[in-house]
Design a protein around this ligand. Structure first.
Ligand SMILES: *[C@@H]1O[C@H](CO)[C@@H](O)[C@H](O)[C@H]1NC(C)=O
Ligand SMILES: *[C@@H]1O[C@H](CO)[C@@H](O)[C@H](O)[C@H]1NC(C)=O
Ligand SMILES: *[C@@H]1O[C@H](CO)[C@@H](O)[C@H](O)[C@H]1NC(C)=O
Ligand SMILES: *[C@@H]1O[C@H](CO)[C@@H](O)[C@H](O)[C@H]1NC(C)=O
Ligand SMILES: *[C@@H]1O[C@H](CO)[C@@H](O)[C@H](O)[C@H]1NC(C)=O
Ligand SMILES: *[C@@H]1O[C@H](CO)[C@@H](O)[C@H](O)[C@H]1NC(C)=O
Length: 781
């Protein structure tokens, strides 16, 4: 079984190869054979072949032997039983073989451009049972009489010598539906008969007059072409061509002075172009209710009345171009409710016609329109495309108003500028063509701000004056993707040095240095100024704040100093009392205390110095309190002055009171001793110590207690940290010194009680031999 299968398949392949080689081997010289494709074709056109080729493969379906010199088709052709299309155009044939019975599949036979002089010589076509199309154009046939075929549907007999189409000419062609007789010297038609003919072309003939019943013998005729019969007239004042079924009529380039279509009630398309029609009487097309396409272009129409196109309710295309129209009645197209295209181009309109129409495309190109009012489109409620090419418009109206307009073509007018609002009320605008005008300055892109659907803006061929800064926004608007304009069509005309360059080229440098940056720069400026503003605000606020703080601190300090001074005064007063008591008690020398520093002759003793200082201080304090708000500086300077005075006086005092010195020294030693015992003592310790001191009296103790209370009382405020001022710094330094060495003081008990806060005395441990060391008493807070 398996062997059998293999054998069979190999046999089949072998046979196929054989058959193919057979076919190829018999492909005629100078021919191209495409026998492996459908339809199987052999092409031998224009090869100078003079005789019908022999031994052609009988599988051929299309055989092309056109443009050769073949004068005869031999019986050989009968071998080609599969032949469907035989092209023998442009040969020297005078006839067909008498017997072509075997070409049973031949459907199309082209014998055009041969030398056939009589239909009798090709009468054998009647033997072809499948022939539907016959080309016999450009032969020498004077008539179609004698041509017979029951199946032939289409005959092209153009450019023959046919002068007449008689009532029996088409008798033999019982299936004919398409006949072309173009280019024949056909003059008269005498009611030829064909029950089946539907399409007839007699263009480029010499037809002169057609009687109303000329085509009565063609009851099925639907399309009649009579183009370019320069003298043809078929309609007179009294009669006109008639046909019940005719749907399409083309009588362009004839001699019609009127449409004459009222005998053709089924007409849907009428081409009456290039005639001499001047007048369209009212209701002239009233009978042509089926008319959808009416071409009246290139006539001499001058006027359209209100009722010219009345009744044409199905009219879709009305071409009135290339006439002499100057005025069109406003209601001329009111009946044409299906109108899609109204072509009024190439007329003599001077103003935009005020029309009431449902037309969607209105072509007003090539007129002389220079008036175009804003409300022109008001009654064109469905207008989508408006062509106004090649008119004389110098400007577009402001607020041109249409909700439906998509295309506005105003190329090649005289537009010099565009109004802000020309396009503002055209919300559906998609394309606007402004090329070939006289626009020099780039429009502000804002003029298109309401045209959100705008996709194409043509601006080429305008004499742009290239102010690059001005052009930039427009250019960006037009070319940002998807581009509305091809950038290369924007050409500068002036200034002279960039004339002929595109905007892009001419402005490249400027746009890339001055224009891209300004944007960034302005942003940068904005940012920087914002920053500066923020910084300024911040610093103002902080300065205000610090000032406030400073003021408060200053106030505080003044307050403190004031209270301090008051405190000092109070203590001083108390101490003065105390001192008096103590002095009376201890030394019985009260006069010493009242020493006026100015009265001192020698250097003051320690006690004296203390007294002096305090006296001065107390005076200062008094002074200050009395001044209340007086400047501290003046007081300080007064203080300094006094200290200076004291310094100058001291040496003298020293020399004079040697005795006192000794005595005082003794007392000092004693005090130091006391101090030392008590140096780290607290209040309790001091209490103990003082208790041990035999000299302490009850009066003293009482005093001590009062002072203690006082100190405790004031310590809360005095413990607060204070801002560092030069004086406070000085005080700190002194504080350190104070801890270094012990001082003696007649007021040491006070000092002990107040611990670190009491009177500190800074003094040399030993007196220098000569000269003096400044000794002064400093009170801390
Ligand atoms: C055509 O075929 C016949 C017989 O097969 C042969 O005698 C003749 O020479 C062939 N003609 C050409 C032109 O090849
Ligand atoms: C055809 O026309 C001829 C005259 O031209 C006329 O005698 C003949 O009767 C017509 N035949 C028919 C069928 O109309
Ligand atoms: C157009 O109508 C006017 C009156 O409306 C009339 O006088 C004139 O003859 C008409 N023209 C045509 C060509 O019908
Ligand atoms: C109007 O007619 C002119 C010439 O007759 C033609 O060039 C133009 O294309 C037509 N317009 C339209 C929109 O078809
Ligand atoms: C365009 O509008 C602006 C203000 O919107 C106006 O200043 C300018 O003059 C207008 N230009 C034109 C040509 O109407
Ligand atoms: C053209 O000339 C103007 C001044 O007349 C100058 O500002 C501009 O840069 C020139 N442009 C070019 C491309 O040379």
């Amino acid at each position: 079984m398996r062997h059998h299968g293999v054998f069979l398949s190999s046999l089949i392949t072998w046979l196929t190869i054989l058959s193919v080689t057979r076919c190829q081997s018999i492909c005629p010289d100078r021919c191209l054979c495409h026998l492996n494709q459908l339809p199987r074709t052999i092409e031998c056109s224009n090869q100078g072949i003079l005789t019908f080729p022999e031994n052609i493969s009988d599988v051929v379906e299309n055989l092309d032997l056109s443009s050769n010199g073949i004068s005869e088709i031999t019986n050989e052709v009968n071998r080609l039983i599969d032949l469907q299309y035989l092209n023998m155009a442009k040969n020297q044939l005078k006839s067909l073989p008498n017997d072509i019975n075997e070409l049973r599949k031949l459907r199309k036979l082209d014998l055009s451009h041969n030398l056939i002089v009589n239909t009798a010589d090709i009468a054998s076509i009647s033997q072809l049972p499948s022939l539907t199309v016959l080309y016999i154009s450009r032969n020498l046939l004077p008539d179609l009489k004698g041509l017979t075929s029951e199946v032939l549907q289409a005959v092209d007999a153009g450019h023959c010598l046919i002068k007449e189409l008689g009532n029996d000419s088409l008798n033999g062609l019982s299936a004919l539906n398409t006949l072309s007789l173009t280019g024949n010297p056909l003059k008269s038609i005498r009611t030829p008969v064909s029950e089946t003919l539907r399409w007839l072309d007699m263009s480029d003939c010499a037809l002169n007059y057609l009687y109303p019943d000329t085509f009565i013998g063609f009851p099925e005729l639907e399309e009649l072409r009579l183009v370019n019969n320069p003298t043809l007239v078929y309609s007179t004042r009294y009669s006109t061509l008639e046909h019940i079924k005719l749907k399409r009529l083309d009588v362009s380039r004839c001699n019609l002075d009127r449409p004459g279509l009222h005998g053709l009630p089924s007409l849907t398309q009428a081409r009456l172009s290039y005639n001499t029609i001047r007048l369209l009487p009212d209701r002239i097309f009233a009978k042509n209710r089926q008319l959808t396409h009416l071409y009246l272009n290139s006539n001499n129409l001058a006027l359209l009345n209100a009722s010219t196109f009345e009744g044409l309710t199905k009219l879709q295309i009305l071409d009135l171009s290339a006439n002499s129209l100057e005025e069109i009645h406003k209601l001329a197209f009111q009946d044409n409710i299906d109108l899609r295209l109204l072509n009024l181009s190439y007329n003599s309109l001077h103003r935009f016609p005020y029309l009431m129409s449902l037309v969607t495309t209105l072509d007003l190109s090539f007129n002389l329109i220079n008036h175009f009012r804003a409300n022109s489109l008001e009654d064109l409620s469905r207008i989508r495309s408006l062509y106004l090419k090649d008119n004389n418009l110098q400007s577009l109206p402001r607020s041109l108003n249409s909700r439906t307009l998509r295309i506005l073509d105003v190329q090649r007018n005289r537009l010099v500028e565009l109004h802000n609002d020309s396009f503002a009320e055209l919300p559906s605008l998609q394309k606007v063509d402004l090329s070939g005008n006289r626009l020099t300055e780039a429009m502000n892109p804002n003029i298109f701000q309401n045209n959100l659907d705008l996709k194409i803006v043509r601006l080429d061929d305008n004499p742009w004056r290239c102010d690059c800064m001005q052009l930039y926004d427009t250019f960006v608007y037009l070319t940002e993707p998807p581009p509305k304009t091809v950038a290369s069509t924007l050409i500068c005309q002036s200034p002279a040095n960039i004339s002929g360059y595109s905007w892009e080229t001419a402005c490249f440098d400027e746009w890339n240095t001055n224009l891209y940056y300004p944007k960034d720069r302005t942003w940068g400026m904005v940012m920087i100024s914002l920053l500066i503003l923020v910084v300024l605000c911040g610093s103002v606020v902080s300065i205000k704040h610090t000032l406030k703080i400073k003021r408060r601190v200053l106030e505080q300090r003044r307050q403190m100093e004031l209270t301090e001074e008051r405190e000092r005064l109070r203590r001083l007063q108390r101490r003065n009392q105390r001192i008096e008591e103590v002095e009376i008690e201890e030394f019985e020398a009260p006069e010493e205390i009242r020493i006026n520093p100015l009265e001192l002759v020698g250097p003051p003793s320690y006690e004296e110095a203390v007294q002096m200082r305090r006296l001065v201080h107390s005076m200062d304090a008094l002074n200050e309190i009395s001044i209340e708000d007086g400047t501290l500086r003046s007081i300080n300077s007064m203080d300094n002055l006094r200290t200076k005075k004291r310094r100058t006086r001291r040496p003298r005092k020293r020399t004079q009171s040697e005795d006192d010195l000794l005595r005082r020294e003794e007392r000092r030693q004693e005090r130091i001793r006391r101090e030392r015992n008590n140096s780290s003592g607290n209040i309790c310790d001091t209490d103990q110590l003082h208790n041990t001191n035999p000299r302490t009296s009850s009066a003293r103790r009482a005093r001590r207690h009062s002072i203690m209370d006082e100190t405790l009382e004031s310590s809360s405020s005095k413990d607060r940290p204070r801002p560092q001022t030069p004086t406070s710094k000085k005080r700190k330094r002194r504080h350190v010194l104070r801890n270094e060495h012990v001082t003696d003081d007649e007021d040491s008990d006070v000092q002990i009680m107040r611990s670190n806060r009491s009177i500190v005395i800074k003094e040399l441990k030993r007196e220098p031999k000569s000269g003096y060391r400044e000794s002064y008493v400093e009170r801390e807070s």
